[in-house]
Design a protein around this ligand. Sequence first.
Ligand code: GAL
Length: 803
Amino acid sequence: MTREPLHDGWTVGPKLGPFEAPADGAGPRLVVLPHDALRDLPRSADEVQGVHSGYTPGGAFEYSRELEVPPSWRERTVRLEFEGVYRDAVVFLNGEVVVHESNGYAGFSAVLDPYLRFGEVNRLTVEARAHRDSRWYSGAGIYRPVHLEVTDPVHIPVHGVTVTTPDIDEERAVVAVAATVRNSTRHTRETRVAWTVTGPTGEIVASGGCPVTVLPGTDAVARARLIVDEPLRWHPDHPHLYALQTTVTDAAGGALDEDSTTFGIRTVQVDPRNGLRINGRPLKLRGACVHHDNGPLGAATFDDAEDRRVRLLKEAGFNALRSAHNPMSRAMLDACDRHGLVVMDELADAWTRSKAPHDATITFPERWERDVAGLVAKDRNHPSVIMYSIGNEILELGTPIGSTWSRRLAERVRDLDHTRFVTNGINGIIANLPRMAEAREQVEDANTMMANMGDQMGLMNASPLVSASIEESAAVLDVVGFNYADSRYRQDAVDHPDRVIVGSETFPARIDVMWGLVEELPHVIGDFTWTGWDYLGEAGIGRVDYTDEPGYEPTGTAGPYPYRLAESGDLDITGYRRTISYYREIVYGLRVEPYIAVHRPQHHGRPTATTPWSWTDTVSTWSWDAAHGAPVTVDVYADADEVELLLDGESLGVAPVGAEKAFLARFETEFHPGELIAVARRAGHETGRHVVRTAGTPRLQAHADRDEVAVGGLAFVAITLADDAGITVADRDVRVEVQVSGPGVLAGLGSGRARTEESFGASAYTTYDGRLLAVIRVDGPGEVVVTASADGYEIARTAVRGI
Ligand code: GAL
């Protein structure tokens, strides 16, 4: 078989009717996949999708490409494997419809055989559309990879090889492998399937095989229980991976097909007394909810971008990801396997009751079995995946019929994969929206309830009405996921002693409280914050507003135009760790040193408005263009009793940790350039210190995160305004022009600034707190040179080599 990415040679344009012509300049243009057709469209305050898409319009698009079909393919099976097209994709070959997939996050195959014209140039067309169908920025088009596969008619179908490890001890592991062989010829075929297992260090550790006779037009499943001696187990702390190579040969030994998949050897257990255990060792989940988009790349899914996200999230202290609220990309699953993060992969944000006027609920009742099968088939060989979530904040969940949907979905997942746990992100309020007034009456302390939306959610989520309405849907799960319902954790242990809980979604700023509960309560296995990595759309959900800003009007959680990003991630869309990320690391007990976060002196004393998803408007810097002596608030995060702040060796005072908030000491002081040191102490002894210094003269700098990039891969170039010691200046932002020469292109340029009219597709963008990220796609071998220029600065240069 041959399997190649089919990423070149495509055009994309608007999907038009037969008698329509594109507007001037809007006709088809050449693109390389993966591609997001929405990212560069003009945004506007009047856009009907509004805050949901970050004021980005939707549209209908047509991708097209020639496909040369040699006469030899007459004897082959030809299929395209799409990892995801958003949305309502229709694939045509030579004008004939091949397949329709309405789910924008599901992988699917298009078998081209019936429509191929041999010895000719064929035309492949893929339609995609996105309009008012999502609560967040979805992107549109062929945003995930596509593979062209040409196989023998006797072959392994997509996802045709599975591996489980049902029986493991120190001495050996049983690796149960299964391979499906499909015979699409008219004759019975005698084949042989063979397996080899390669260990983490590259040597072959097990092998096996058997003859398989496959009747015409049928599939046959070959199985073996291979033995791996002294297995090296997969665990987040040491994610050892094994590789399984499967080959199918004909009776004479001629190659027919092959497959390779990685897997891990590990056990997963869960119960309310011991919580979650992997290989018998307890593990509390330090989880992050993540969306599918890739910031400046829009929704386009590149292996290198997904790998980088996973790596940086792990470095920031997370050991678990929840794919909110759709199946995770293959690249991200691979990265979680490699880097050691466990995954809660999610089916959908809605089942039959819609959350957006044109969303995927329209076809859910006829599609759900395929969606579940696709999710499980994609995930089942990944050791990182430990839980399937069947939904998020499902509107009908609290009704009897909604509960039958819960049961149906959970049971189907189990039929297909009994080796993992089933969960669901339950929000009792969302599940009872029409009855919330009633629930409110049941909550004792109405004043507290009204204090802010965060408390209100917690109290109502614990109301008797919610408890009763969700009981059936919760009972079908192995692990009950609660969104914003830590108010239930203690009582549920009494009312439902068999219930295991995970905080499937929680307010970021409450991690101090959340983590205390997770550590204390054995039946609570972890916490997933909203969110780990900032995302496009749901614009401004986590922003901090200055309410004395001229023209300010309260808009609740919705950020007004031109907000584009949610501004709620621990890491911003460029992968830069916001201050909350360090707070969390300290709360988790992973960082001993304190951490300095400074409130912007230019906004000192101004009144603010926040949402339950906000943190503070702080930066870890002591480089401000503020007047000497300007008042400034300094927060120091620390796991300590007290913190002393010193400027150039002189004490600015000592503040207790926890007076305003746990793990936080706050200082009111003055800005003077120099060296600011926070010294944390417990019982009088220093536990650690953090230093920030005022930058010297800043230069424009460009640094690539790697020297060499495989062709088709990405390099991430950090562009900063920093002095020679690498200290970044926060408030001298400039517009930077980026140019790329050699075999590469600028695939995306952006900053962490949530409110902007700038475009990720442009060659210039303004730094945010002195930082910008340029993403370079390398299209061929050779040197790719990236230059950055800005008024008043010398040009910065960096290079990577395509290999
Ligand atoms: C939750 C929802 C998330 C996101 C978040 C912040 O209720 O599950 O998808 O919308 O609120 O707005």
